[in-house]
Ligand binder design. Structure first.
Ligand SMILES: *Cc1c(COP(=O)(O)O)cnc(C)c1O
Length: 385
């Protein structure tokens, strides 16, 4: 007797044991690079990674660690102690602290900062304990992760002129005590719009009651050189997130970290999976911190390339471009049907070999190598005239 496998049910008839709201969830669309054969002809300027792989000598060093000191049959170091100590000193050095030192007990390491975002939501909002606030357009993962956990998302607007948060809307949202806001997510500088926090936004964050956690996502810190780390000691309800995925060139290894109050960090450690990072990723993160000076030496090039691309894009008449504190530029097509025009432009660029992202009502263009940026400028200006 043979049995035939039933075709999986479509979305129209969801499996009855699944949470119904998940069938409506618009999931994050990951970059295809990891699963497809990487196309050498495509300039991958849609995920804000570094355009530069690790130098061969460092890859060889990592391969040697893999070969000689990582036992594949053993669980990784689940405490991350060496890496936490290295991160603590990197954070101190990079924020020029002259007061309280950052201790390893103030650091939690995640499988990407995405994992830390989820741990934060589990530690604060799950089970009807509260909602979160985001200011759109912003990094989509906050809202997506919240929805997967059944956490309500309150979204306030940003200025269409400069993308500053509508602070009046933010104030009234945090005063509404129906579903109290437990966590506010701010990105410094914001993705996709590239703007760093303003003095007014920082003042508002300082004024928030201490029963609201403020997450300051500094994924692009190495490009902006702006950080709130030195204020953490005064604000036990603030937590800073950073990542190895962007300037530190380790997107493939999935390493992110949080810096905050030791008690909050201890709770994040409690809710995370015990062995959340593979041994090779822990080793890679330690290695890049040892070699941070030479790895970060490409940042000035990225910044001058960003400014060059910005200047070139401002010369295109039907494009509105914003200055950026990060390693990407945000732009919008002006005119009657901008979203259709942008969808079309992104598709045409892809055909020509440049991949950028259409998100948050605009175009987010990562800064690549000088040759890639040259092609970006040429192709966008040709397609826009
Ligand atoms: C890229 C990015 C991250 C990094 O996520 P990882 O999971 O560490 O790769 C976090 N926040 C923002 C705003 C980002 O753009």
């Amino acid at each position: 007797m043979t049995t035939t496998y039933q075709q999986p049910a479509t979305v129209a008839t969801p499996l009855p044991f699944l949470r119904s709201e998940l069938t409506r969830l618009q999931a994050y669309t990951p970059h295809p690079g990891g699963t497809e054969e990487p196309s050498v002809e495509i300039d991958r300027l849609d995920t804000n990674e570094s355009p530069y792989d690790l130098p061969v000598v460092l890859k060889q060093e990592l391969a040697q660690i893999w070969e000689l000191s990582i036992e594949s049959n053993r669980y990784p170091d689940g405490g991350h102690n060496r890496l936490k100590a290295a991160i603590a000193s990197y954070v101190m050095e990079s924020s020029a602290l002259n007061q309280a030192p950052i201790l390893p007990s103030q650091i939690s390491v995640g499988n990407g900062s995405d994992e830390l975002l989820r741990s934060i939501l589990i530690a604060t909002c799950v089970g009807g304990a509260g909602s979160i606030m985001v200011a759109g357009p912003t990094f989509s993962m906050y809202g997506i992760l919240a929805q997967t956990l059944g956490i309500p998302v309150v979204s306030v607007a940003r200025s269409v002129v400069n993308f500053e948060v509508d602070l009046d809307a933010a104030r009234s949202a945090t005063r509404d005590r129906q579903i109290p806001i437990r966590v506010v997510f701010m990105v410094h500088p914001n993705s996709p719009t590239g703007n760093a926090l303003t003095a007014a936004e920082l003042d508002w964050m300082r004024s928030l009651p201490t029963d609201i956690l403020v997450v300051i996502d500094e994924a692009y810190f190495e490009f902006s050189q702006q950080t709130v780390v030195s204020e953490l000691a005064q604000h036990p309800n603030w937590i800073v997130l950073r990542t190895f995925s962007k300037a530190l060139r380790l997107a493939a290894h999935r390493v992110g970290y949080a810096v905050g109050h030791p008690q909050l960090i201890a709770t994040l450690e409690q809710v995370r999976l015990p062995y959340n990072l593979p041994s090779i990723s822990l080793a890679a993160a330690e290695l890049v911190l040892q070699h941070r000076q030479s790895l970060l030496a490409t940042i000035p090039e990225t910044i001058s390339e960003r400014d060059r691309l910005f200047t070139a894009l401002t010369k295109i008449a039907n494009l509105q471009v914003w200055s950026s504190d990060a390693n990407f530029i945000y732009a919008r097509i002006k005119g009657a049907n901008p979203d259709l025009a942008m969808t079309e432009l992104v598709a045409q660029l892809k055909i020509q070999g440049t991949s950028i992202r259409h998100t948050g009502g605009g175009l987010r263009i990562s800064i690549g190598t000088p040759a890639e940026n040259e092609r970006t400028m040429l192709r966008i200006s040709q397609l826009s005239t």
